[in-house]
Write a protein that binds this ligand. Structure first.
Ligand code: KGT
Length: 274
C-alpha cells in the first residue's frame, strides 16, 4: 500500500440498452476521472446495459472471462493504470434462462481481481404501480466478496443490497475498508431512502462508501435517482453528483489514516454483542 490517500471517483450514467454507446460514454468518464488523478473508479449498476425490459439482459449476458464488456473493463483499467469497478453487467451463471448481475473489479495491470454476484434481488411493488421482478431474469449470488487492490480492501455490494446491513457487516468482518455500492436506484425510492442508506452503511461500519448511481430518464421510461456519493467513515459527504442530474462524476481523496484514527477513538466495531 503506497500513500495514505486514495483518490477515488464515482461515475454517474444514464445507460441505455445499446452496449457500444454505453461503453463509449463510460470510457469517456473513466478517462476524465483518471485525468483528474483518480486511481480507483467505480461505474454504476447496469453501466453497460440497462434493458427496455428485464428479460433483455439474457441476450447480452457474457460468459465468465470473455465478452465485449469484460474486454472494455480490462483494457481500460490497464490503459489508465487504475483499479476499475464495473458496477454490474449481466453474466451467465449456471441456469440456462437466468443470468447473474455481477460486479467485476480489475487491477491496474488489467487483470480481474474479483467477481461479486448480486445477492439481494429487487422484487418490489412501489406505490403508483411501478413494479420490479429482478429474480425473473437474474439468479442471486451466494458469496460475500472482498477485493484486495492497490487502493485497499474493497467490500462489494450492488444497489438493493444497501437495504441489508448484515451484508456490510459480513464485508467488514472480512476486512473491508472501502465499501462499493454501484446502483440503479429508482427515483421514487431514491428520493426517500438513497442518501440515508448510503450514509448509514458508512457510519455504522466506519468505512468509506463509493456509491455510483444511475441518474436520469432511461429509454425504458424509468427514472433513476442519481446523487452518486462518496462518503467518509464519519458520514461526511466528500463529493456528490446532482439528484437525477444526468451523467457526471464525483472525485475525492480518501484519507485512510483518518479512518484508522476514527476506528481507534470510536471502536464500535469492537463493541458488538452478536
Ligand atoms: O430500473 C432498471 O431498469 C434498472 N434497475 C436495476 O437493474 C436494479 C434491479 S431491478 N435496481 C435496483 O436494485 C433498485 C433498488 C432500489 O431502487 C431500492 O432498493 O429502492
Amino acid at each position: 500500500m503506497g500513500s495514505d490517500r486514495v483518490r477515488a471517483a464515482v461515475i454517474q450514467m444514464v445507460s441505455s440498452d445499446i452496449v457500444p454507446d454505453n461503453l463509449r460514454d463510460a470510457g469517456a468518464w473513466v478517462d476524465a476521472a483518471a485525468g483528474d488523478g483518480a486511481e480507483l473508479v467505480v461505474l454504476p449498476e447496469n453501466f453497460a446495459f440497462l434493458g427496455r425490459h428485464e428479460r433483455a439482459a439474457l441476450e447480452v449476458g457474457e460468459p465468465d472471462g470473455a465478452g465485449p464488456i469484460q474486454d472494455f473493463l480490462a483494457t481500460t483499467a490497464q490503459r489508465l493504470g487504475i483499479t476499475l469497478v464495473g458496477g454490474s453487467l449481466p453474466m451467465q451463471g449456471d441456469e440456462p434462462d437466468r443470468v447473474r448481475s455481477a460486479c467485476l473489479v480489475y487491477g491496474p495491470d488489467g487483470r480481474r481481481i474479483a467477481r461479486y454476484d448480486k445477492r439481494h434481488l429487487f422484487d418490489v411493488s412501489l406505490p403508483g404501480g411501478e413494479g420490479y421482478r429482478e429474480s425473473a431474469t437474474f439468479a442471486p449470488g451466494d458469496e460475500i466478496v472482498v477485493a484486495d487492490t492497490p487502493a485497499g480492501r474493497l467490500g462489494v455490494s450492488i444497489c438493493y443490497d444497501l437495504r441489508f446491513p448484515e451484508h456490510y457487516r459480513a464485508l467488514v468482518d472480512a476486512g473491508a475498508e472501502i465499501l462499493l455500492a454501484p446502483s440503479a436506484f429508482t427515483a421514487t425510492t431514491g428520493a426517500a431512502h438513497w442518501a440515508v442508506l448510503v450514509r448509514a452503511r458508512a457510519v455504522e461500519n466506519l468505512c468509506f462508501m463509493l456509491a455510483a448511481d444511475q441518474g436520469g430518464l432511461h429509454a425504458n421510461d424509468r427514472r433513476t435517482h442519481g446523487e452518486s456519493l462518496i462518503i467518509d467513515p464519519w458520514g461526511e459527504r466528500l463529493a456528490a453528483c446532482p439528484v437525477g442530474g444526468g451523467p457526471g462524476m464525483a472525485v475525492a481523496d480518501l484519507d485512510r489514516s483518518q479512518q484508522v484514527a476514527l476506528r481507534q477513538r470510536l471502536p464500535a466495531l469492537g463493541h458488538r454483542r452478536g
